[in-house]
Design a protein around this ligand. Structure first.
Ligand code: ADP
Ligand code: MG
Length: 246
């Protein structure tokens, strides 16, 4: 049993506070959605949880199984069991998926020899052609292929907690279904706790969620069950005020 606890998290970039006191808790096997309009701080939240450099954290805490993550480098957070799927996965010329994940397994004390078979099985689960996997990481891949690539990495690494930033963007309906099925399976059978960030209700018609949180102007302004996402689809985010629109 694992849990990620975010408490009173405040962070931003020089001179601009973006997260203004975020509280969230995700446990093993749960899938939480974080929804919110453009610019509400969703990606910033994912980056600050994962330890991406360049942000100033001014308050609060992010704990994984009781251990404070803030102040630790991203690789230590990853080794502690945290995974982040980026909204915009980056190209890594010269490094293949097999090499990158082989190193990750080795660093985690696992057998890197099994990486090829693991990747092949994860790729087939999300309908990704294995030919991509011997190419440099994300180079010349479409947006949707990169997203599926992120889920392949998640499947191979087997994190305790996964933060997925807009994993639905750029996916056609079949890919969205395959990705959602795999994520749901990892939560239900692998015990992964998932924080799925999105601004579309579309993801939630494929991925069953435990809780939905609405992020607006750097704060969680409402939390509810899955029905909240469908309500948002009807009403939009306007009901929460325009303060986050800036
Ligand atoms: P979301 O993912 O919800 O669309 P982001 O977390 O990407 O929102 O951004 C939240 C706000 O912070 C936006 O107004 C964005 O322009 C601003 N922002 C994010 N990163 C930076 C940065 N490095 N420098 C300046 N402003 C930033
Ligand atoms: Mg974003």
């Amino acid at each position: 049993m694992s849990e990620l606890v975010v408490e009173g998290l405040r962070a931003g970039v020089a001179g601009l506070e973006i997260l203004r006191g975020v509280d969230l808790e995700v446990r093993s096997g749960e899938v939480h959605a974080v929804m919110g309009p453009n610019g509400s701080g969703k990606s910033t939240l994912s980056h600050v949880i994962a330890g991406r450099p360049g942000y100033e954290v001014t308050g609060g805490s992010v704990r994984l199984d009781g251990v404070e993550l803030l102040g630790r480098p991203a690789w230590e957070r990853a080794r502690a069991g945290l995974f982040l799927a980026l909204q915009y996965p980056i190209e890594v010329p010269g490094v293949t998926m097999v090499q990158a994940l082989g190193e990750s397994l080795r660093a985690a004390g696992r057998d890197p020899g099994e990486v090829g078979a693991l990747i092949a099985s994860e790729a087939s689960a999300v309908g990704l052609d294995e030919a991509f996997l011997s190419r440099p990481l994300n180079v010349d891949l479409s947006g949707g292929e990169r997203k599926r690539n992120e889920i392949v990495q998640m499947g191979v690494l087997g994190p305790r907690i996964a933060v997925l930033d807009e994993i639905d963007s750029g996916l056609d309906v079949d890919a969205l279904r395959a990705v959602s099925r795999r994520v749901a399976e990892m939560a239900a059978h692998g015990g992964v706790g998932v924080l799925a960030i999105t601004h579309y209700q579309r993801l939630l018609s494929e991925l069953p969620v435990t809780r939905v949180h609405v992020l607006q102007a750097g704060r969680v302004v409402q939390t509810g069950g899955p029905e909240l996402a469908f309500e948002l689809e009807r009403t939009g985010y306007a009901a929460y005020g325009a303060e986050g629109a800036a």
